[in-house]
Design a binder for this molecule. Sequence first.
Ligand code: UT7
Length: 319
Amino acid sequence: MFSRITGIGGFLPGEPVSNDDLARRGIDTSDQWVTSRTGIRFRHLAEGGQSASDLALEASRRALAAAGLAASDLDLIVVATSTPDFIFPSTACLLQSKLGNHGATAFDIQAVCSGFVYALTIADKFVRSGSHRRALVVGAEVFSRILDWSDRATCVLFGDGAGAVVVEASETPGILSSALHADGAHHGILSVPGSICGGKVIGDPFLRMDGQAVFKFAVRVLAEVADECCQAAGVAPADLDWLIPHQANIRILEATAKRMKLPMEKVVVTVDRHGNTSAASVPLALDEAVRDGRIVTGQKVMLEGVGGGFTWGAVLLAF
Ligand code: UT7
């Protein structure tokens, strides 16, 4: 038994917010700086009342419609998020309630920007074991809620959004291989180090990052884990049709493609219009490239994540 992606959906809240819009809102930055250092031109920001489960709901409805399934058909719901609606219950349970599904296994995965590849790998293992047949895998984030809007080195980088896929049991392989890694020794270079105790936030509730350390780490592990995943499936990197790395910075994407000896024409890029949407970035990019007809049946697609923890991983798909 294998698992296959049979439907994809994405959702971005509101209108695009440009770098100039951020500068007009009082952030000491410029379109020239953000574009040249990151490739980011726009991001979407959730309205005050919109939570991760709201964004997840829209993306999930679209993925279910694409798969031709109803929410009641699902027996597994996995949500990757680092910006959950509540401490508990899980965003997966809240999404389940909004979808109107009763009884499916539902839980969250917290692997920050690697969250979607972690969640997809877990769903693949559940489905291939035979215990579950139809899974919904979602990456949903409202990172705008954990940004320090007075820290120009981080607040310009991130955006909000959600992407979802339906994964079904199949006799033909869809997910060919996967690899997940973490090294908690690097937890300090990207974190939100606050906690809640006694009704108060203890410590710092905002995202903090050593940008250059993250940059170097990301470029190294994205190339390594893609190679590992290719080897596990007996696929040469040159035979990949598409590479979809986590969308953090265009320079990270370019450096990864260069290390893998892949032309940028094979890399799906959304960071210019979405910014870094953490766990949502990979399924949003996959959704865009499938809907606009770039990714078609029969192609080999490598999905890759890297993020806080540090965590990293990849999933190789036969689409
Ligand atoms: O999912 C993983 C998430 N994280 C990432 O992907 C981040 C990876 N790292 C990066 O993308 C880059 O390190 C950054 C884009 C965050 C920063 O680029 P950098 O080339 O490493 O710049 P820097 O931090 O060394 O800052 C250079 C200058 C500084 O000014 P001085 O000290 O040279 O006068 C900063 O204060 O740029 C300044 N700066 C800005 N200027 C205008 C930092 N942020 C901004 C800004 N607008 N938004």
